[in-house]
Ligand binder design. Structure first.
Ligand code: R5P
Length: 303
């Protein structure tokens, strides 16, 4: 297909990323009217004609997951209803993915519910970036929606080297689940990597310990998918400093930075934090647009 057959819509969470992505793909950013009614309900109108087009909807659903999810579902279903050939969701941050098992009896299997909603709204393919695909590997396992999970770890590692001038760095994942990201980041900059062991105490408190003996002579770079309250990075930084790290930096794909996360990390000696625009915010110094554009070109066979 050619770029003129593709329309890229930005949901209200990801307008900046949508226009960067459209540019990378050589497509025009499509126009949508997105508003809220006084009671909080979402209003959606797709201004451009979607009939016969492939529609990509960019909406990273962090921080206001319920609102962004509903807005996305309205956009996807409307596009299909109005004759779009195919709908692709560019959802770098897919909410509810962490509840990917019944950890306690009676719990909702939230990721399955969300996959079902995406399918019902006519989305065929979802692209995530460092999404939480640990127990569930693909939305296809739960629905007819196919998913592709990209990683921004190499981009983040290279940006950290450039921005912070890392000296003799070792890359650390703060928990076992972050090992693939730590490995990809370390390989991108030719560094060693290791992971720490994390135990979650409460929603905001964690305990972090070294998994094994490791010597850190230079800088340490913590790489993770999400920084939310900053507790994980703060505790990991304390451990790394005790292991001899000269300076500690953190890089993540999705910087949610809830509450006093910034102060918490600074107080633990974190000298700098960078993130991608998968969640648009003050720390977004790396764009995932080229990464997503490459994946879309490949999947859609875009010339
Ligand atoms: C957890 O599994 C994630 O990979 C992150 O480590 C976590 O979400 C970070 O949360 P916080 O910043 O609140 O410690």
């Amino acid at each position: 297909m050619v770029p003129s057959e593709l329309l890229v819509f930005g949901g209200s969470a990801s307008r900046g990323l949508a226009s960067k992505l459209a540019k990378e793909l050589g497509a025009e950013p499509a126009r949508a009217e997105l508003k809220r009614f006084p009671d909080g309900e979402c209003y959606v109108r797709l201004v451009d004609d979607v009939s016969g087009k492939v529609v990509a909807i960019v909406q990273s659903m962090a921080l206001k997951p319920n609102e962004y999810l509903v807005e996305y579902l309205l956009m996807s279903e409307t596009a299909r209803d109005l004759g779009a050939e195919k709908v692709v969701g560019v959802i770098p941050y897919l909410p509810y993915a962490r509840q990917d098992a019944r950890f306690n009896p009676g719990e909702a299997l939230s990721v399955k519910v969300v996959a079902g909603l995406l399918e019902k709204a006519g989305t065929e393919l979802v692209i995530t970036v460092d999404g939480h695909f640990h127990r569930v590997k693909n939305l296809r396992d739960l629905s007819r929606v196919e998913s592709v999970n990209l990683t921004a770890a190499p981009l983040l590692a290279r940006a950290a080297v450039e921005r912070f001038g890392l000296r003799d760095p070792v890359v650390f994942g703060p928990d076992e689940e972050s090992e693939p990201m730590a490995k990809a980041a370390a390989e991108a900059i030719g560094a060693e990597y290791s992971v720490l062991v994390k135990k979650r105490i409460t929603a905001t408190e964690v305990e972090v310990k070294p998994a094994r003996e490791v010597e850190v002579r230079g800088d340490a770079l913590i790489v993770d998918d999400i920084i939310s309250t900053g507790g994980t990075v703060a505790e990991a930084a304390k451990v790394l400093r005790s292991l001899g790290a000269k300076r500690v930096f953190a890089a993540c794909t999705h910087a949610l930075l809830v509450g006093n996360a910034e102060e918490r990390m600074a107080a633990a000696g974190v000298a700098g934090v960078i993130a991608t625009d998968a969640v648009e915010g003050p720390r977004s110094v790396v764009s995932v647009a080229p990464l997503v554009a490459r994946a879309l070109k490949e999947r859609l066979k875009l010339a």
